[in-house]
Design a protein around this ligand. Sequence first.
Ligand SMILES: [Zn+2]
Ligand SMILES: [Zn+2]
Length: 310
Amino acid sequence: MNDFCVTFRGVRGSYPTPEKNKLKYGGNTACVEVKIGKQLIIIDAGTGIISLGDNLLREHLLSGSDEYSRKKINATILLSHTHQDHIQGLPFFNPIYIGSTNLDIFGSDNENNNLKNTLSLLTFDKMFPLTFDEMPADINIRNFHEKTFLSLDPDSDRLAEIKQITSDDIQNPDMIEIRCFKSYAHPKEGVLIFKISYKNKTLIYASDKESYIGGDKKLIQFCRNADVLIHDANYTKEDYLSATNPKQGFGHSTPDMAVKVAQMANVSKLYLFHIGPSYNDETVDEIEKQTKELFKNTQVAYEGLSVSLL
Ligand SMILES: [Zn+2]
Ligand SMILES: [Zn+2]
């Protein structure tokens, strides 16, 4: 039977934090690896994607003696949005420099620009030595929205088929289904929330999501009975409500907001994610301890943590 394995590659919000007192949880920005059978799904491309790329490259080089016999690297990359901390690892994802690599990148077009043009700004002119079009891999950049879902076969490494949604129910539990919805509670263009389902197990990725005090009703509906919820917890409650520098409207949550969603949606396990870059390990330990008192099945995600859903 295929596994449904989730590995946190980068859990930090906003910018990388390589300081020694932050390494227990890790300093790389947002990236989560999901492996189901032969499929590799990567959620967000913060700096956490770089070490994942190096691992993939190593496996690729060991799989054959020359470029014709080696196993191709195929991956589906889901981008929640195009803020720097979610895409800055992409030009350093080494499989992108191999001609046999196939990458399907799904994200959201925004009002003034399509996703491909937005991502091209990352490597535009003087910002990087190569443009996206000069990178050897076969890269397809496609718009993903809530009227469609992606269907992937766990028994092959064929890339996703895009299908129209006709009902809220999962169409085929033996296939991997990926759905999304766009939340506008993140400045300025909103953020995609992802749901990955396989064999009646469900993973939700809700980074850069401000879930309000009392819980975001649409998100609660979207993640009803999920097995794993990865939820933004960028600010402590004190910092969010600070009298001098409040963070309301910044598009991020507190651990309490994440707990509210988990409780109201009957989620089995909550992982706090997108940890604010100013918090050191000691503070994050305390955040975890306090949050467990509200919702026992809570853990702060840390770099290298692997979780199996099956
Ligand atoms: Zn972010
Ligand atoms: Zn953001």
